[in-house]
Design a protein around this ligand. Structure first.
Ligand SMILES: NC(=O)c1ccc[n+]([C@@H]2O[C@H](COP(=O)([O-])OP(=O)(O)OC[C@H]3O[C@@H](n4cnc5c(N)ncnc54)[C@H](O)[C@@H]3O)[C@@H](O)[C@H]2O)c1
Length: 349
């Protein structure tokens, strides 16, 4: 079937970013400046796609979350200097959420900011990580605590790249797609629910539609609230508990977020925001794709891990609840309520 290209524009104060969904990643050379370009990728993506990369200096990081640290940024910055990259330079990320987060952060601070663009190669980065301009690295046990907001000039989301993605990585991305559906798009939720087989088969046309819907939603939120002073907070649905689970268990981001969404959905039900039926639909959908894994954060660690959540202000947390499929609300609640609910949920399950 013919796959429609979607171009989604994000306009934020002083910047314009284009997200090209359904476009072949190999067209990236047409978007790059003639000189001063460096590519950042990881070892897996380089092995699979490196022979078709534009012929420019290439910097490779180790795959996975371990590369989201300041040492890696420092090392890459040294390499940019060695390659003679100046203020007119351009860094292109080719990879998943880790490569995009690292490259975006690097581009935001190198010489006080140079241009960047992304070829987003994992489902998680296509549906979520590479839209919105957030970037960052971890510090010790705390996720994304050092970072910045910088919009890439373009992001290419080519569904063909998703065919080489390992199953667990693919499912991890699906969790963030389901998150978008729960907080903002009931039609997307219904589409995911009835397209189980085609999703697992990675149908290229369907993936283009799903990624475009997710990016469109995120783009509309980011265009309204780039710096997360209000509306953008809803994108953190499932992330308060999800980050705690991710840091404690070292599970893949999407799986941790899925468990966080299960908790947040149950919490929403207990608060009277959603019906039992809607809670059931949300949890069933995540179960259908095998996204919900057991977690068991001990009492002393849950406090520490949730207190490290950077969405915390004083003794309160801006917690994201669902108010029904396709709708979300942010309520300030106390940290102790968040911790107590985790303990109750954990002990019940
Ligand atoms: N900036 C944001 O707004 C934002 C939003 C959500 C998540 N994130 C971040 O994204 C990160 C997770 O992203 P991720 O799941 O893409 O992780 P990742 O970049 O580590 O990629 C997952 C794995 O898939 C491999 N891979 C990537 N593309 C591939 C392809 N086409 N074929 C085969 N293998 C491929 C990678 O080498 C890696 O091993 C987390 O650090 C998370 O914090 C950021």
């Amino acid at each position: 079937m013919f796959t429609q290209l979607e171009k989604i524009i994000i306009n934020t104060p002083g910047t314009r970013s284009e997200i090209l969904v359904g476009q072949s990643w190999e067209t990236v050379k047409e978007l790059l400046p003639e000189s001063g370009v460096v590519i950042v990728t990881d070892e897996n993506v380089r092995r699979l796609y490196g022979d078709k990369f534009p012929k420019v200096p290439l910097l490779t990081v180790s795959p996975g979350e371990g590369s989201k640290k300041l040492e890696v940024i420092e090392h890459l910055a040294e390499k940019l200097l060695e390659a003679g990259i100046d203020r007119e330079g351009f860094v292109l990320a080719v990879g998943g959420g880790v490569v995009c987060d690292v490259t975006g952060f690097l581009a935001s601070i190198y010489m006080r900011g140079i241009r960047c663009g992304y070829v987003s190669s994992s489902l998680l980065s296509q549906v979520d990580a590479s839209t919105g301009g957030k970037n960052g690295v971890n510090l010790g046990g705390t996720k994304n605590i050092l970072g910045n907001i910088k919009q890439p000039e373009f992001v290419i989301c080519d569904p063909a790249m998703l065919l080489t993605l390992p199953e667990q990585e693919y499912l991890s991305g699906l969790a963030e797609l389901i998150k978008t559906a729960i907080i903002g798009d009931k039609e997307l939720f219904d589409l995911i629910d009835r397209s189980y087989r085609e999703i697992l088969d990675r149908d290229r046309h369907l993936l283009t539609v799903l990624v475009a819907k997710s990016v469109n939603f995120k783009a509309s939120v980011v265009s309204e609230d780039e710096r997360e002073t209000g509306l953008r907070r809803i994108l953190n649905f499932g992330h308060t508990y999800g980050h705690a689970i991710e840091m404690q268990k070292s599970v893949k981001h999407g799986f941790a977020v899925a468990s966080g969404m299960e908790l947040a959905t149950d919490f929403s039900f207990r608060k009277g925001f959603i019906s039992l039926d809607e809670k059931g639909r949300i949890i069933n959908l995540m179960n259908k794709f095998g996204l919900l894994e057991p977690h068991n954060i001990p009492d002393d660690q849950v406090e520490q891990l949730i207190l490290h959540d950077k969405k915390k202000t004083g003794s309160d947390i801006n917690f994201v609840f669902t108010e029904g499929i396709g709708k979300a609300t942010v309520n300030k609640i106390t940290v102790s309520e968040v911790i107590d609910f985790y303990k109750k949920f954990r002990d019940k399950n």
